[in-house]
Design a protein around this ligand. Structure first.
Ligand code: FRU
Length: 490
């Protein structure tokens, strides 16, 4: 395996030491972005949970800040959110001012309840409210409050998980201190063992309208094992979330994307999210001595109807162009016949971005019946001389994509599954891929974000070459770019 430093991503946030899980308190304070996170500062294992903290001018360059909320005798500081109380609805700030307010779960062995803390120094330090908890139902599984301001009803909304009951409860408040229950949602979708980290967000539909999306993370018991984030699309009238259908979709086609949270107070008004690029099944056992845990790239989110008119989530990374170094001038042939391949070294850089569009030839008509299963594939292999391969490919004849990390040799674990696949629009022979490879992580955005796959990777030697191949059918490349990305985190 590689060292802790060699696995550390260059443009994804990871903790300097210790263990990191969920993103918390994602907020823009008017000047900069805040990323708080579930953090054990003492060891690279989950436990003794504090809120770690980092700040950024652009969502890519992150600066470490001191721990913002401590574990206390009342419990660990579990997940939660932060809002900008600009008009001092809480009355906690000096008259005529406002500031950041955090709402989070204090978790003691028999009790989980919702706490509030506020900050008068732009989110650096927090003071715990004297009359905490602000919400206590005397339950042992009641956590992860997400709070946002609902303009039409002019009140704060909290959604919070009744984890073991597989329900999301909605509360309303005018001052962030007193909360009244409004409604409940669920059990619905795939329940798993626990519902965690709910997020309710109004998301733009390409073309001007919006819909409300309720994200519910589940753990364990996700379809591919362990933890995963699902979403429901529907309406929210300020009181009740009504899904347009009972079926659920997952945010990611691989298995390392969990506990996604949205920023509040975003200057552009467009939803931006970050997830934890990990899975509870193996997050405490991945190769490491000093730190564990990686956040996803910041992602812009929208909705788009699919061919059956159902609204589906579209995810795209925040603009990466400022991070790009000089594009590789290695150019693959625009026409690749079946059986041909092309290879280039990866530019010297910690992180890499590939953008490409490829169209695979139509399946020849009139194949004998025995030939029906023939494939027409286009494959990207990230390789090294240690016979390791990360393979990402597309089979046009069945319109499916795969991501296979099984030929990397740095980590094996019964739950660290090798390969993942996504079904694309039937009969689609053309695909666009946007791939970010960053040390121990890869994120694949397919067809401008219609599908996203996020996976941890542990090569035993760095991947340093890219090979493109066409197998079973020829392919035409209409676009190919390979960029080194400049390091943005320590
Ligand atoms: C989700 C989660 C939350 C909890 C936190 C504890 O990953 O289990 O439900 O608040 O992690 O660190």
């Amino acid at each position: 395996t590689l060292s802790d430093a060699e696995y550390r991503p260059a443009i994804h946030f990871s903790p300097r030491i210790g263990f990191m899980n969920d993103p918390n308190g994602l907020v823009h304070d008017g000047t900069q972005w805040h990323l708080y996170y579930q953090f054990d500062p003492f060891a690279p294992y989950a436990g003794r949970v504090h809120w770690g903290h980092a700040t950024s001018p652009d969502l890519y360059h992150w600066q470490d800040q001191p721990v913002a909320i401590d574990q206390t005798p009342a419990g660990e500081a579990f997940s939660g959110s932060a809002v900008m109380d600009a008009h001092n609805t809480s009355g906690l700030f000096p008259q005529g001012t406002g500031g950041l307010v955090a709402l989070y779960t204090r978790a003691a062995p028999e009790r989980q309840s919702q706490y509030l803390a506020w900050s008068t120094d732009s989110g650096l330090t927090f003071t715990e409210y004297a009359h905490n908890p602000v919400l206590d139902l005397q339950l042992s599984s009641f956590r992860d409050p997400q709070v946002f301001f609902h303009a039409p009803t002019q009140r704060w909304i909290m959604c919070v998980a009744l984890s073991r009951d597989h329900q999301i409860a909605f509360f309303g408040s005018s001052n962030l201190l007193q909360w009244t229950e409004l409604s409940r949602f669920g059990p619905s979708g795939i329940t798993g063992v626990d519902y965690e980290c709910p997020n309710l967000v109004e998301v733009p539909i390409e073309g001007g309208k919006t819909a409300w999306v309720l994200f519910v993370s589940i753990n364990p018991g996700a379809p591919q094992g362990g933890s995963a984030t699902q979403y429901f699309v529907g309406t929210f009238d300020g009181t009740r979330f009504v899904p347009e259908s009972d079926t659920t979709e997952f945010v990611d086609f691989a298995k390392d994307f969990y506990a996604l949270q949205f920023f509040t107070n975003v200057p552009s008004g467009n939803p931006v999210s970050i997830g934890w690029l990990n899975n509870w099944q193996y997050c405490q056992e991945t190769p490491a001595n000093s730190w564990r845990g990686v956040m996803s790239l910041p992602r812009r989110v929208s909705l788009e109807p699919d061919t059956t008119q159902r609204l589906k989530l579209i995810q795209q990374p925040e603009d990466l162009t400022p991070l790009r170094g000089t594009a590789s001038d290695a150019t693959p042939p625009s026409r690749m016949d079946a059986g041909s391949s092309w290879e280039t070294p990866l530019p010297a850089s910690a992180a890499h971005e590939v953008r490409m569009s490829v169209e695979i030839d139509a399946q020849p008509a009139g194949l004998p019946p025995g030939d029906k299963g023939r494939s027409g594939r286009f494959v990207l292999n990230f390789l090294n001389s240690n016979e390791e391969t990360l393979s990402i490919g597309f089979d046009a004849f069945t319109a499916q994509l795969w991501l296979d990390r099984g030929k990397l040799k740095g980590f094996s674990h019964p739950f660290f599954t090798n390969s993942f696949s996504a079904a694309l629009t039937p009969d689609q022979r053309k695909i666009t891929l946007h791939i970010v490879l960053d040390k121990c992580s890869v994120e694949v955005f397919v067809n401008n974000g219609q599908q996203t796959g996020s996976a941890l990777l542990f090569p035993a030697t760095p991947l340093d070459r890219l090979r493109l191949s066409a197998t079973g059918a020829g392919a035409t490349l209409s676009h190919f770019e390979l960029f080194p990305l400049k390091q943005t985190v320590r």
